[in-house]
Design a protein around this ligand. Structure first.
Ligand code: PLP
Length: 440
């Protein structure tokens, strides 16, 4: 081997002119905002490094020790690697997976789509970004409810005008037709997610029908005037995590005309606790899917070839899937119900706390109604402060709804149960209660 002299690259960076370095970054990159969740994650790590016990309800992810992927999925991926499927997958996705998604949608959602509607991608995120990217020109309006997950970032990346519509706890923080109606004529895209991150709630068929009617009627008007149409991004990445009595519905089921205007975003990340495998899909009218394919192929946002084959295998194994869901739903439900019931007990005891009964996904909306009150004489003024108090004094890490765009300081927080054990939850409840009992 020839010996070569090592260049220490870091020596040539520009530490002495940070301003010039920062100016040399594009305006787009400079304007990207950081994540509040990452700030909290940093605080959690600091406390853990000091040896403190923290019940970590912050991450929208799964601890594999608590929520492993289906064994059959792992085995099928390994088999596919062994069979040498390590080259590029087809641009639109592996045929077996596209067909499996079609069957899955027909059997479980009652929706029949053509093959050209399906684009396989690396998780849900690229689908969201691409849907914004192929539908919206800079300056056009995107409407989305808050609290919601990451729409602000996609709107920013695509130069959209964002209209954030605040939702209400009494509606489970879900959008309603009444709340969206004032913005319908201006919107080019509406983005809705159900089951909802962060609230763990699910839209009702009645409300979804009213929203769909708004969109269909608006498009009838636009077609008469020759105006660009209005589309709906329907992010249903959590739809197979239905935990209560509410059945997941789609805009196309409640109003078939919506198939012309709906872009489904979906994948295995959440329902199979497989966030690291990166398999997702878009289902949309073929002329939109085709542009999403072109857009994402330049980014290279393919799902890995073996994981695509393995996903097809599981989607086609109905019993395997049903057994996996039965187990996973029980595990998620057990954790959510434990906290929910504890919160209801504390509320009944007169403590300033409340929660919305869990309906879907892995989240619980919990209200720590502490703004305007005080802890040991210290006034409490914001949700972020409540989060910091619970973390530092009770070892309970959760995410204020502010991280999802809600502005009101009303004490609403997201608790995510994907990374905690039942024992973790049991142990943190008395710590949470002790703080609430000190609040005046
Ligand atoms: C509502 C919603 N959509 C999409 C995603 C992203 O999913 P993926 O990991 O498949 O990109 C998340 C992740 O938290 C989410 O909460």
């Amino acid at each position: 081997m020839t010996l070569i002299e090592t260049v220490d690259a870091a020596h040539y960076f520009e530490p002495k002119s940070p301003e010039l370095s920062s100016q040399s970054i594009s305006a787009m990159a400079r304007g990207m905002v950081g994540s509040e969740i990452l700030r909290i994650a940093g605080n959690v790590r600091t406390l853990q490094a000091q040896g403190r016990t923290v019940c970590n309800f912050t991450v929208g992810d799964f601890a594999p020790s608590q929520f492993p992927i289906p064994e059959a999925l792992r085995d099928a991926a390994i088999e596919s690697y062994s069979a040498g499927r390590t080259n590029y997958p087809p641009a639109e996705g592996v045929m077996a997976l596209r067909k499996a998604v079609l069957n899955h949608y027909e059997h479980r959602l009652g929706l029949r789509y053509p093959l050209e509607s399906i684009q396989i991608i690396s998780g849900a995120r690229p689908g969201l970004y691409a849907a914004y990217g192929v539908l919206i020109d800079p300056g056009e309006t995107v409407v989305y409810p808050v609290p919601s997950w990451n729409n602000n970032h996609y709107a920013y990346l695509c130069g959209s005008k964002a209209i954030e519509v605040p939702t209400r706890p009494e509606d489970g923080f879900l959008p309603t037709a009444e709340l969206l109606a004032p913005f319908i004529q201006e919107a080019r895209l509406i983005s809705i997610n159900s089951p909802l991150n962060p609230a763990g709630t699910m839209i009702s068929p009645e409300e979804l029908r009213k929203i769909s009617e708004l969109i269909v009627n608006e498009n009838t008007r636009r077609k008469e005037l020759g105006l660009r149409l209005l589309y709906l991004v329907y992010d249903q990445i959590y739809w197979e995590l239905q935990l209560g009595d509410i059945r997941h519905v789609t805009p196309v089921e409640v109003m078939p005309e919506m198939s012309a205007y709906t872009i489904f975003i979906d994948g295995i990340s959440k329902s199979w606790s497989a966030t690291g495998l990166r398999v997702g899909w878009v289902v949309a009218p073929p002329h939109i899917t085709d542009r999403i394919k072109a857009f994402l192929n330049h980014v290279g946002a393919w799902a890995p070839h073996p994981e695509q084959e393995a996903t097809a295998h599981i989607l086609n194994s109905i019993d395997v899937l049903d057994n996996f869901y039965a187990h996973m739903h029980n595990e998620v439900r057990a954790r959510l119900n434990l906290i929910y019931n504890a919160v209801q007990e504390m509320k009944a005891a007169g403590l300033p706390v409340d929660a919305i009964a869990p309906q879907g996904a892995i989240y619980l909306s919990t209200q720590f109604d502490l703004v305007g009150k005080s802890l040991d004489g210290m006034p409490i003024t914001s949700n972020a402060q409540i989060g910091d108090i619970l973390l530092e004094q009770a070892g309970v890490a959760l995410v204020p709804f502010q991280a999802f765009g809600l502005r009101q300081e009303t004490g609403w927080m997201r608790l995510s149960v994907g990374a905690v054990s039942i024992a973790d939850v049991e142990q943190c409840i008395p710590r949470m209660r002790a703080i609430l009992e000190r609040v005046k």
